[in-house]
Design a protein around this ligand. Structure first.
Ligand code: HEM
Length: 214
């Protein structure tokens, strides 16, 4: 099969840029979801969701976000497959470097993350699109979902996967642009851990807060 030729460096750069964009979205998404913890019957959260629904600029951003997500996944898998095909037998001496193990793990956490995202879309986004039955009042929908133990636990596991993927992805972005070196490597690792932890703690607070009625 003749795949269009895109240099693997360009693919890597695109994956990194899209990953950075998606990480910024997650910070925004996690912050907005904290409104679910307000005991206001959903006044703030639903007002925010309505604003997201009725605004054309947001609609364009939403399409851009989903396209970025799709492209990030397709290019990352494409890179992983072409890299594997280029060296099907692996090195004579197995590579045990941190980055090598990290990028292998990244493919698997990415696939798990995609599975989690599809389940997440079934709870909210596909309900909005009318593809799945559910409560269009997302404050109530979240409170109905997160009070069911196995759903709450599945979300917590999903956030752990998100944490691993983001933590490695953060450093990988710097590596792609040649900014990860012996001088700043440690600082970048720590920053990645802080960024992923803050975001995942915000999501976790939402699920646990709703579950325990805090
Ligand atoms: C407490 C955790 C979370 C809650 C309550 C939540 C809630 C929601 C809701 C209500 C929507 C639909 C918004 C709308 O279209 O009006 C949505 C969409 C979305 N969520 Fe989440 N989410 C959570 C965690 C996550 C995580 C961890 C990720 C990614 C790893 C994620 C990625 C997305 C994406 C990509 C969309 C579709 C784009 C959009 O509609 O803006 N969410 N989420």
């Amino acid at each position: 099969m003749n795949l269009p030729k895109i240099h693997s460096i360009s693919k890597k750069i695109l994956v990194a840029l899209l990953g950075a964009f998606l990480s910024i979205f997650l910070l925004f998404h996690a912050s907005a979801n904290l409104c679910l913890l307000r005991h206001d019957g959903g006044a703030w959260y639903n007002a925010f969701c309505d604003f997201m629904k009725g605004n054309y600029v947001i609609k364009v951003l939403e399409i851009g976000l989903l396209a970025s997500l799709l492209l990030h996944i397709v290019l990352a898998l494409w890179l992983a497959i072409t890299n594997k095909m280029a060296r099907p037998k692996g090195y004579h001496k197995p590579q045990r470097s941190k980055t090598h193990t990290g990028s292998k793990l990244q493919v698997w956490t990415g696939i798990l993350l995609l599975a989690g995202l599809i389940a997440h879309f079934m709870d909210f986004y596909f309900v909005k699109l009318g593809w799945v039955d559910g409560n269009l009042n997302f404050y109530e929908q979240a409170h109905e979902k997160f009070q069911i133990p196995h759903i709450a636990i599945s979300y917590l596991i999903f956030f752990v996967v998100v944490w691993f993927h983001m933590r490695h992805g953060f450093a990988a972005i710097f590596q792609t642009f040649g900014l990860y070196n012996y001088k700043y490597g440690k600082a970048i690792e720590v920053l990645g851990i802080i960024y992923a932890t803050v975001i995942c703690l915000m999501f976790t607070a939402v699920v646990l807060g709703v579950y325990f009625g805090l």
